[in-house]
Design a protein around this ligand. Sequence first.
Ligand code: ADP
Ligand code: ZN
Ligand code: ZN
Length: 728
Amino acid sequence: MPRIVRVAVPVPLHRLFDYRLASDMAEPGPGSRVRVPFGRRQLTGIVVEIADNSAVADAKLQEVSALLDQRPLLTEELMQTLSWAARYYQHALGEVCEAGLPTGLRSGRELPESGVPALELTASGRHGREQPGHRRGTRIDALLSLLAESAQSTAMLDLEIPGWRAAARTLRERGWVSELRLTRQPAGRAAVAAPLLNPEQKQAVDAILGSQGRFSPFLLDGVTGSGKTEVYLAAIREAIRHGRQALVLVPEIALTPQTMRRFRERLGMDIAILHSGLSERERSQAWLDAARGEARVVLGTRSAVFVPLPAPGLIVVDEEHDTSYKQQDGFRYHARDLAVVRARALGIPIVLGSATPSLESLANVDAGRYRPLRLSQRAGVARPPSLQIMDLRNKRLEEGLAINTLDAIARCIARNEQVLVFRNRRGYAPVLFCRSCGWSAQCARCDRPLTVHRGAARLRCHHCGAESRIPSACPECAGIALAPQGQGTERIEEALKQRFPDVPVLRVDRDSTRSRAGRDAVFEQLDVEGPRILVGTQMLAKGHDLPNLTLVVVTGVDEGLRSVDFRASERLGQLIVQVSGRAGRAERPGSVILQTHHPDHPLLLALIRGGYPALVSNLKDERRAAGLPPFAQMALLRAESKSLVDATAFLTEAVALAKSTGKGIMAHGPLPAPMPRRAGFQRSQVLIEASTRSAMQAFLPDWLEAIRTWPGARRVRWSIDVDPVEMG
Ligand code: ADP
Ligand code: ZN
Ligand code: ZN
């Protein structure tokens, strides 16, 4: 009897493929990787099941080229979750499985060995510090004294001694240090002691520990600086003590060196880190260490939700409201939601934490599905910041800042404290405008203004990445009255440097932190105390602790108020609360200035009077009345093509089919996308609404199955987005 394996192959086809096993090949378990021929290529697929027959004729059945794993790489639970996700998000299982693996494990290459690269002292190195001529206080000295305590992983050295590699080279030449691999065990360094938990924190920790070993979702709703991280750490420590693993998800921008160090020091162990800034090899290593059960704690961003946990104990999703948990292209999953699915399958508690919980999670609390845990006070001595509206009407502005705002900044600096000016737009100016004829620089492929980047001397499209020189004369009238309009972070930085020449001004945005060196430099400067002005985008909304920061200025509020997306108010409220939360985290009280032309806007009034809970209660009423999520389910069918005709024809047919066959759903469209043209493509979409998840899930598979067979579907680029977070 032929032995058949059904394989999830990484192609956008919604089916499995059967292959024959050669007679001398061991039988792989589900979750093992195999190399298989596919057309002219060799691809790495995942075995889903073993069978003894196939609908494919024997003669046509191809053979597995190689079995890559003797033991399955993906656990049974992970295979179940991936299958669930493929069905729920209507995405091909082969591609879903691929997304679950780090890039380094998608090829046929051999698995890296266990453990992490590390450095230790040799016998002669041990006496190095006593030798004549050895200078104290150097980097070499720092490295020697750290290694004298114990061998250190290179990741730990990165954190502890910036620039250690040059020192290590010197020491290696002297024969004082050597390389080794450490398994991820407690590093043997004394963990930094935990603070005494306050009663609310203790209550939260007790509730979580009381549900060890069973599925139990919690929403930890705690104001910024209330000590949520301390609650996670206490619960994680217990999980580790019981020989279990903990998975901690954080938004991309919150995974700073400071966060990593805090976890390492407080847990006293070398944790596995997973994020996109690491090398392929580092990611594979961390993933495998988790899969082998060696890494007890995994700290990572979105895709870390797919890490195998052979000894699962606890999952934490920090800043659960953050939109970076939603994958915006390809396999459009939501890592927070999948984390809950996994916790259920694994039978473990999961803690979703935020100072500004999403309406989705709050609705789950209202429905009794999640247990609420509350931290209502800032931890330690810190007090909540005071919020103040700066009415910009009829005021003279200097580069977007009111004179009164600038005065408040000056006073703060005079007290030797730090200021954060928040501007959610990078670059110098969002528009380049001709004052003679009214021309402005637009992206030819997106119909949107190009952003002026003065430092790089370029015009850039923030939607498609197109770039060009900044013209010296107007292409329309040849005049030279070209003026940048509006302010980006670069321009505000420049203005503040001119106004406060004696104060360091540090800009933190994607441009200033793009390179690893730039990022390191920024984080190093963030640790310097003394007066300083920070200018930045939402990258500054969380992550690094800034104890000396006492004033936060929020600009660009009005742009948020004008947005048409139904989630815009929720987002703006979250952003204001999160950014405000940066002020006054230590002994000194903090204050926040919101600059706006709409001082009476209900959203701002609600925030000032009742904080985020007041805003949320208004938003819930609005959403319920309008039948919007979380009180309804949504899916978006997007289509784009070079000519609008093709996208429209495709979507019109899709709407017609939905209306004639769909039960319990409503189909709207085709509607132009909020950005009707991007990168040269015309974009349009259809919105499906359902009152329940099950109605949506009952409708989507057949509808999409039919659509996939249409010839017209080949003339457009289309995709389905279940539970869309961006409506564009
Ligand atoms: P969150 O995660 O809610 O923003 P953190 O856990 O980062 O809050 O705590 C904010 C600050 O308060 C940190 O510096 C932390 O060390 C400190 N802190 C937290 N809990 C306590 C406590 N029980 N006693 C003293 N300090 C605490
Ligand atoms: Zn002109
Ligand atoms: Zn563009």
